[in-house]
Design a protein around this ligand. Structure first.
Ligand code: NI
Ligand code: MN
Length: 225
């Protein structure tokens, strides 16, 4: 599986002909690693409805007819916007798709869409091609982050480290320890001034204090697992 970081919290997971796009905030993202018009996903998953995650989802979903998975209130809004092929789980629910599955987990955050729909934020546990990726979403540190590994070995975790709107790089090291992934990729930092942080210091702390390895990607770069 290729994991491409597209800036902020946006990633594309590719395995064979399956391309999963997560939180497609590209237009207006000062650190976007691609243009929305370049994306050709087969699936689009959302952690929550804030603009810096919702982003271009309506345009990309309509253009590609990708299968969208989002928590039920977001799914309803997307259907009202004319997006077809939408799945609407809630926290704890799993949606299966060709080649894998995705489950929504809790995340401690708030969320309202740009249009005003209130929704509960989620993390995403995604299995693709037999490997499991856990996108923590926007969240503060909370101890239930460690529950994901009770069911699935986490191969790669995508972890917010920017602080202010999410956990900072220090709490993120504790989260990394609890999640227990082989590889962690930091995200949700250095996009805007309030979330500037030191990714090298995070990488060093992960090496010193956990059994995981942090891989820092610039927007547009990929990591293969
Ligand atoms: Ni948010
Ligand atoms: Mn955010």
């Amino acid at each position: 599986m290729d994991i491409r970081f597209l800036g902020h919290a946006c990633f594309e997971l590719s395995d064979g002909d399956t391309r999963v796009l997560i939180d497609p905030f590209l237009t207006g993202n000062p650190k976007a690693g691609a243009e929305a018009s370049e994306m050709n996903p087969t699936h689009i998953f959302l952690t929550h409805g804030h603009q810096d995650h919702y982003g271009d989802i309506v345009d990309i979903a309509k253009r590609t007819s990708a299968q969208v998975v989002a928590i039920v209130e977001l799914a309803s809004e997307l259907e009202e916007e004319g997006v077809e092929n939408v799945s609407n789980p809630n926290i704890g629910g799993t949606v299966e798709f060709d080649g894998g599955w995705v489950r929504l987990t809790p995340a401690w955050h708030t969320s309202t869409t740009p249009k005003g729909t209130v929704n509960t934020p989620a993390g995403l546990v995604i299995n693709l091609g037999g490997q499991t990726v856990y996108h923590l979403g926007d969240t503060g540190l909370f101890s239930d982050l460690q529950l994901v590994k009770a069911r699935d070995k986490v191969d790669v975790a995508l972890v917010p480290i920017g602080g202010h709107f999410t956990m900072d790089r220090h709490d993120a090291v504790t989260a990394v320890d609890w999640v227990g992934a082989d590889v962690v990729i930091p995200c949700h930092y250095n996009t805007f001034p309030p979330i500037e942080t030191d990714d090298k210091a995070f990488q060093d702390d992960v090496a010193a204090k956990t059994s995981s390895r942090a891989v820092v990607l610039d927007p547009g770069e990929s990591h293969t697992v």
